[in-house]
Design a protein around this ligand. Structure first.
Ligand code: HEM
Length: 197
């Protein structure tokens, strides 16, 4: 009986840990279809300090969300020095970001690439002419600065841009969190009863 209790306790501990992880995953930011701006910074991918690329990135960057796809529109200054921006696809292979604007007079290029989400940084690659090679840096999004810029009919929204105080759409994160806490409490109670016996 003692051995069975130990097994059951172990199993419940594993279940609780899994529930915690599931709850954390459910709290990931989901975005409704539309356009947004968000502050982002380039950081050194190996030590987290500001990247040499940071000063060349125009802030905020733009996001275009359609279905489950999040496209980032990122404008880079000195586009003759930093070229060929590439981003990972869903399999992790690097593919050239699409150039959607090329302002030769300002020496700026706007690149478009998709990201899996805005919770985690994305590692981008760029060719630096001054260095004669490809380097990478992490682009980190500052979720607190997310602003919707989707134009709505005038009657619905008088202002063109609406700050998103809480970028989570729906309250899935909170509900999932409460469910996890509830289930964890039940699991703990069962564990306690089993131990007592
Ligand atoms: C417009 C000019 C330049 C840009 C945009 C640039 C960009 C970068 C980036 C993005 C990195 C990766 C580390 C990080 O995120 O900071 C890097 C690393 C580095 N850069 Fe540059 N760089 C430039 C010019 C130079 C020059 C002129 C030199 C030296 C001749 C240089 C030497 C290095 C070295 C030694 C590293 C570290 C090694 C490495 O990460 O591969 N960079 N640079």
């Amino acid at each position: 009986m003692k051995r069975n209790s130990k097994l059951l306790t172990g199993a419940l501990a594993i279940i609780m840990t899994l529930m915690l992880f599931t709850g954390m995953a459910a709290a990931a930011t989901t975005l409704q279809d539309g356009e947004y701006t968000i502050d982002a910074k380039a950081v050194n991918s190996s030590n987290g300090t500001p990247s040499m690329a940071d000063t060349y990135i125009q802030k905020p960057v733009k996001l275009q969300v359609e279905g489950s796809k999040i496209n980032v529109l990122l404008t880079m200054a000195e586009s003759d020095i930093m070229t060929d921006l590439a981003a990972p696809d869903s399999t992790g292979s690097y593919i050239a970001a699409e150039i959607v604007a090329d302002n030769k007079a300002a020496n700026e290029k706007t690149y478009k690439f998709s990201v899996a989400g805005i919770d985690e940084p994305v590692t981008l690659e760029v060719v630096v002419a001054a260095m004669g090679r490809t380097v990478n840096f992490n682009l980190e999004f500052d979720k607190a600065t997310l602003v919707s810029t989707t134009q709505k009919p005038a009657a619905e929204s008088p202002s063109a841009s609406t700050p998103i105080a809480n970028p989570k759409t729906g309250d899935n994160g909170l509900n999932a969190g409460m469910a996890v806490v509830g289930l964890a409490a039940i699991a703990s109670a069962i564990t306690y009863i089993v131990y007592k016996k």
